[in-house]
Design a protein around this ligand. Structure first.
Ligand SMILES: Cc1ncc(COP(=O)(O)O)c(C=O)c1O
Ligand SMILES: [Zn+2]
Length: 390
């Protein structure tokens, strides 16, 4: 476990829509401002005299190596199963096939409970513990539910997980093994969120829905820190990311900005590419001008469960990252996802989750359109393991 050293440099939370600030010493959810409506709260850190690169705890082979830029105030509250510091792999056989200079895969399947959700849930459960919570509830497409259940088990907290009934059995069973209460709902994660709202009327349980709780983002941002450190502080040119709620995309972007202000990195940031499922592609719809907002979008189920998020709460922030980075969003069919899983497995020895597999056909489309150059450094985020889906 983590050795005590430098304290967190967190200073306040701020509404992502205006400048209103919120205390980090009280339990917070999201901002509900008169002028900007319901918006995520974002953690701000002291950056001027902040965490130094040479203070990274090199012995700590988890995301907690960056704890000066993480929000837990007392290290006693850290609930860790060894999340983060995942492998950065050179996908040289795929690169050779598509004539690419450099193709990298950051493999998040190595995380506890088999997905990158471990980062966000380790952080959120640690903060919930720090702020005196003893029960957490979450609507989930699958992976976040398993991760919440595991971290709540480790923290000695109660977990309630609300998941679509059609989710593969392994996602449900892991929650039950971890001692969580599992509630199944007909529909998608948006229907699970409605059920959570109903349960909260009668149960005093803290809602840990992504971006409606401020700290899952802080866990996910560590992917951005690791990418920089593992590439010797030079960011790739392009990052492809399977986008549902968008937390990882927003988190990496936040990390890049923080590192720039800390003076850890220089130069331009990657173009961020949000990859969605053809069955549920609200961000693509808005980006292409077919919808003004995701608010009334209705998607359908997909093999890539994590991408079946019809109304991402952080819509504006996702669009902002795509816009600021010069990136784009595109969607991929379930059939293309399945053949990409086989292609990546047979060439790279990695059985990536369907969400991660969607990135390969997306990359091919952008190469063909000339929107990605073969000489660029391309990074694909494999967000999880395929084993629970089989
Ligand atoms: C494997 C996997 N990839 C990607 C996503 C989407 O993540 P985000 O909410 O960060 O967009 C999920 C969410 O459930 C997931 O489980
Ligand atoms: Zn506001």
């Amino acid at each position: 476990m983590v050795v005590k050293e430098k304290k967190s440099h967190i200073s306040f939370l701020q509404c992502s829509g205006c400048n209103k600030t919120y205390s980090v010493h009280e339990l917070q959810t999201f901002a509900d401002c008169e002028h900007c409506g319901k918006s995520p709260l974002i953690a701000h850190y002291e950056l001027l005299d902040g965490f130094r690169k040479d203070e990274i705890d090199l012995q700590e082979r988890s995301m907690w190596r960056y704890k000066g830029m993480l929000p837990v105030l007392d290290e006693e509250n850290i609930v860790s199963l060894g999340e983060g510091w995942t492998p950065m792999l050179l996908a040289n056989r795929l690169a050779a096939k598509y004539d690419l200079k450099e193709l990298l895969i950051k493999d998040e399947s190595a995380n506890p409970t088999g997905s990158f959700k471990a980062r966000g849930l380790s952080m959120a459960v640690s903060k919930a513990k720090e702020l005196g919570v003893d029960c957490c509830i979450v609507p989930t497409a699958g992976n976040a539910g398993g991760a919440l259940s595991a971290y709540c088990a480790k923290a000695g907290m109660k977990a309630i997980v609300v998941m679509p009934r059609h989710t593969p059995e392994a996602f449900k069973k892991e929650c039950q093994f971890f001692g969580a209460e599992l509630i199944e709902v007909d529909g998608l994660i948006s229907d699970c969120a409605k059920k959570v709202a109903e349960i909260k009327l009668t149960t005093d349980c803290f809602d840990i829905s992504t971006m409606k709780e401020p700290y899952r983002l802080e866990g996910k941002k560590t992917m951005g820190y690791e990418i920089a450190e593992q590439l010797n502080w030079k960011l790739p040119d392009v990052i492809l990311y399977p986008t549902g709620g968008g937390t990882g995309l927003i988190g990496m972007w936040k990390a890049f900005h923080e590192m720039k202000e800390l003076g850890w990195i220089t130069g331009s940031f990657p173009r961020m590419i949000a990859v969605q499922s053809a069955n549920c592609n609200p961000i693509v719809q808005v980006l292409e001008g077919k919808l003004d907002t995701v608010k009334n979008y209705k998607g359908s189920a997909t093999f890539a469960n994590g991408l079946a998020v019809p109304t991402p709460f952080a819509e504006k922030m996702i669009l902002n990252v795509l816009h600021e980075s010069g990136g784009t969003a595109l969607s991929i069919s379930d059939d293309e996802i399945k053949s990409a899983m086989k292609e990546i497995a047979s060439l790279e020895g990695l059985l990536v989750c369907p969400e991660g597999a969607a990135l390969l056909p997306a990359m091919k489309i952008l190469l063909d359109k000339g929107e990605i150059d073969r000489n660029e450094t391309i990074l694909m985020l494999n967000t999880g393991s395929a084993y629970k889906y089989l």
